[in-house]
Design a protein around this ligand. Structure first.
Ligand code: NAP
Length: 271
């Protein structure tokens, strides 16, 4: 039972992912219909999710929400102190590298325990023709040798890395419309997952795609394109993820993060 005398513990979730929404739904005082709620810690919780504000109409998580940058690691550390945050969960996208480093610095400065939630990456299977690269620039450099009709699913923010590829045609899928610079020959498909194998198959066929480019997001909601590419014999350029900052503990699932919080708060409560 929550201890009524103690102020609620404040958890800040750095979000923008399915995992962050699942965690918020499991932890927030009135869970908003999480499909498989994780066991929440037994003390009273105040849950705030932070979103960067990149998407015009974001899917909002349960609990409190704040939107917009903090102003670097110093700004985040200040926010942690001013809002009396007891635990910080970095549940951002595996490729949101800057905010993850900012979180590590800010948590250390403000003496707030930090945990990262990272879904597992994708693993190539039999029949996959993957070209693994470490950056969008490397992905762009690999393309001319692989094909001419490219399905680009790496997000609208990185399109400038492909802008010089004037000889290739791109199908660009993103949540919001991209802005220049971008490749001169492209069609934009505004959509967000989850996607089906059937739908991805139809897209590859309709646009005569001969190369797929993806980040190793590792999300089930967007994995169908890999199956469709394997079936069609389409090579896939996979951008590997940056590592989690040194010293930050990592779990793969929101349920494990809820368990970590439970351990943290019960250990702190026993002092
Ligand atoms: P990023 O490059 O790591 O961060 C750039 C700056 O954006 C940060 O320095 C921070 O600004 C602000 N920021 C990022 N995430 C934030 C958050 N959750 N709350 C408040 N400020 C945040 O980030 P990104 O790759 O642009 O991703 C932005 C957001 O989109 C993240 O929340 C991420 O989970 C989500 N997302 C990213 C991808 C992707 O492929 N990168 C895909 C899907 C969703 P200040 O320094 O001013 O604090």
């Amino acid at each position: 039972m929550p201890d009524a005398a103690r102020p609620p513990r404040h958890v800040l979730i750095l979000g923008g992912t399915t995992e962050a929404r699942r965690l918020a739904a499991a932890l927030a005082p009135e869970p908003a219909g999480a499909p498989e709620p994780a066991p929440a810690p037994e003390c009273a919780l105040r849950v705030t999710t932070s979103l960067a504000g990149r998407v015009a109409a974001p899917r909002l998580p349960a609990g409190e929400v704040r939107i917009g940058g903090f102003g670097g690691p110093e700004g985040l550390a200040r926010w942690l102190r001013e809002h009396a945050v007891d635990a910080l969960i970095d549940a951002t996208h595996p490729f949101a590298d800057t905010i993850s480093h900012n979180a590590a610095l800010a948590a250390a400065t403000a003496h707030v325990p930090l945990l990262a939630v990272r879904r597992p990456g994708w693993v190539p299977g039999p029949g996959d023709a993957w070209h693994q690269v470490t950056s969008l620039d490397e992905a762009a450099a690999a393309l001319p040798a692989l094909g001419t009709r490219i399905f680009l699913t790496t997000g609208r923010m990185g399109l400038s890395h492909f802008a010089h590829l004037t000889g290739l045609w791109f199908l660009v899928r993103s949540v919001d419309a991209p802005e220049p610079p971008h490749p001169p020959r492209m069609e934009v498909l505004l959509d967000r997952g989850p996607f089906t194998v059937e739908g991805e198959r139809a897209l590859l066929r309709a646009h005569r795609i001969d190369v797929l480019v993806t980040k190793d997001s590792g999300a089930a909601a967007t994995a169908a394109k890999l199956t469709a590419a394997r079936e069609a014999g389409v090579p896939v350029v996979v951008v590997r993820r940056p590592p989690v900052p040194d010293g930050v503990p990592v779990v793969e699932e929101p349920e494990a993060a809820a368990e970590w919080l439970r351990g943290l708060f019960s250990a702190a409560g026993s002092h």
